[in-house]
Design a protein around this ligand. Structure first.
Ligand code: G3P
Length: 217
């Protein structure tokens, strides 16, 4: 499973990239707002820092023409820019046009397998089911993700699935079990993936025994 970080914070991106586990970045307008930085400056810095890795950047227009125009501008900011387009009818038309131009897209705000199906039909590079937000309204986000995965498998769809809106480490574990292509994970959750209380307890005991046995390397 590829690991993307779901953030617009350059320091979080740098730290996870330095760990050697980062395969890409996803941003959205809310995440950029959280950084408090001017939008263009934040996005350009991420694209530069992550040269060679896909970085999803979202349009804000809601009509097809506007989305396509914004997408073309964003695509010019870096070879690694992937354009996030919301899963609306206007968005699907925009993805169709952008696919024909060879501009990579990530269809976002996907909450059902049928939305994922139409996104694939118009050649989306990625599709992002939002599992946490589905859980938030009392449904099962992972079940929706599983349906998307099986439908894509049946038809040999090439669009890659990004499990998005991940809230905790158990979401990540289940995503990996389901064999999803990519999980885009918030910084705090990525950090938790390294940790287990038994590792801390075990290490403490080994270090104590090493000291008592006079082990020095
Ligand atoms: O980047 C899209 C998605 O991951 C947002 O997550 O936590 O705002 O539902 P969240």
């Amino acid at each position: 499973m590829k690991i993307f970080i779901d953030t617009a914070d350059i320091n979080e991106i740098r730290e996870i990239k330095d760990l050697g586990i980062l395969d890409g970045v996803t941003t959205n307008p809310s995440l950029v707002k959280k950084t408090g930085r001017p939008w263009k400056e934040a996005v350009e810095e991420i694209l530069k820092e992550c040269a060679g890795l896909p970085v999803s950047v979202e349009v804000v227009a809601t009509d097809t023409e506007g989305m396509v125009r914004e997408a073309r501008e964003l695509a010019r900011l870096g070879d690694n820019a992937v354009i996030k387009i919301p899963c609306t009818e206007a968005g699907i038309r925009a993805v169709k046009a952008l696919s024909a131009e060879g501009i990579r897209t990530n269809v976002t705000l996907v909450f059902s397998p049928l939305q994922a199906l139409v996104a694939a039909k118009v050649g989306a590079t990625y599709v992002s089911p939002f599992i946490g937000r589905i859980d938030d309204i009392g449904y099962d986000g992972l079940a929706v993700l599983e349906e998307v995965i099986s439908i894509y498998e049946v038809y040999g769809v090439e669009t890659e699935i990004i499990a998005a809106s991940i809230r905790h480490v158990d979401h990540v574990r289940r995503c990996a079990e389901l064999g999803v292509d990519i999980a885009t994970i918030p910084y705090k959750v990525i950090k938790q993936m390294f940790r287990h209380p038994l590792t801390d307890v075990g290490l403490e005991r080994f270090l104590k025994d090493a000291q008592e046995a006079g082990i020095q390397i």
